[in-house]
Design a protein around this ligand. Structure first.
Ligand code: PLP
Length: 338
């Protein structure tokens, strides 16, 4: 690895030197091992390839001076992975593997964290059924892997979205709140079609009435309307984002108004028409706050106003980035130092 490659690599283009691997079989987890990054043989008919028991997580480690680093809320990602495990009939992963394993891996590959401001090491735990079972039932053997890769600062203009009125991402009782690969496979076609129309991704609407806003592509979403941050509630059809939770916590700290409630696409367009829509953003690990730009729904289109530093979402985003980088005290104990 050269520092140039590490600092300039596109997200996911290169992986760090090591990975953690451990299998679950006979009803229990084995001993995790940290090995050089590379192929890991699996049976010829792994159950994930047939019935899709494959799940993942994503979070980041940030550099500290003198070779240190911090992991941002690994316990929250661990809890979310175990919720996904439950929903997908997969065995839960103990903290000694997920959290301690991530920390050990980051400590070992610390020099893979890019040096640039706001850079990070992205941590990707993934778990999938590898047992050879053709009957439709949970796999009898699972593999859990943690891989890491350098993640450059997220530079972007605004994110243009088209409200999706053909495909749905989730519906009550489905897997929308789980971080399972199938949710992502099922959303790719919508994103490709949006891109062909000149947008970055879709704004997902609810699966029943196609009226309520749910997620902004691969991010949670929030609107600023008359000074209040309005974001869809964790109703079971959206992914409970760790960044969403962190931003809401910081907005509460700053005593800024929040409403976690259902919001229709019509309300967004009406607020824009009345001049009360002051901004909107996707919220997630990659960008923290990714301001939205153009928004289309059927044959109408608006440009969402740009948010300045005084916007509540931008304030909370700056606060969160300050905590991640160490400039602001970690008052919620979100950082795990290694
Ligand atoms: C569908 C979806 N929604 C929301 C998020 C944001 O979650 P987080 O803040 O934990 O990155 C992600 C990213 O993980 C996602 O894939």
């Amino acid at each position: 690895m050269t520092p140039e490659l590490r600092d300039s690599a596109a997200f996911g283009a290169v992986f760090s030197d090591h990975m953690l691997v451990v299998d679950w079989n006979n009803g229990k987890w084995g001993e995790p091992s940290i090995v050089p990054y590379g192929p890991q043989p699996i049976p010829a008919a792994p159950s994930v390839a047939h019935y899709g028991q494959g799940i993942f997580e994503g979070f980041k480690a940030f550099p500290r001076p003198n070779g240190g680093a911090v992991l941002f809320r690994p316990d929250a990602n661990h809890a979310r992975m175990n919720n996904t495990c439950q929903r997908m009939a997969m065995p839960e992963v103990p903290a000694s593997i997920f959290v301690d394993g991530s920390a050990a891996l980051v400590a070992l590959d610390r020099n893979w964290i890019p040096e640039k401001e706001n850079s990070a090491l992205y941590i990707r735990p993934v778990m999938f059924g590898i047992g050879e079972v053709l009957g439709v039932k949970p796999a009898d053997t699972f593999r859990f892997i943690i891989e890491t890769c350098p993640s450059a600062p997220y530079f972007s203009g605004s994110v243009d979205l088209i409200a999706e009125d053909v495909y749905v991402r989730a519906f009550p009782g489905g897997t929308g709140a789980a971080k399972c690969g199938g949710n992502y496979a099922g959303s790719m076609l919508a994103a490709i079609e949006a891109q062909k129309k000149g947008f970055h991704n879709v704004l997902w609407l609810d699966g029943i009435e196609r009226r309520y806003v749910e997620e902004a592509g691969l991010m949670n979403v929030a609107f600023v309307i008359s000074g209040t941050v309005v974001t869809p509630p964790l109703s079971g059809t959206i992914l409970p984002g760790i960044t969403r939770d962190s931003v809401l916590t910081l907005l509460r700290d700053l005593q800024l108004p929040i409403e976690e409630r259902r919001i229709t696409i019509d309300e967004v367009f009406d607020a824009h028409a009345k001049g009360t829509l002051q901004g909107a953003a996707g919220i997630g690990t990659a960008a923290v706050i990714a301001p939205l730009g153009r928004l289309r729904h059927k044959d109408r289109e608006i440009t969402i106003p740009k948010m300045g530093p005084e916007s509540p979402l931008m304030k909370a985003g700056a606060e969160l980035e300050g905590i991640r980088s160490g400039r602001i005290a970690d008052r919620h104990n979100w950082l795990l130092s290694i």
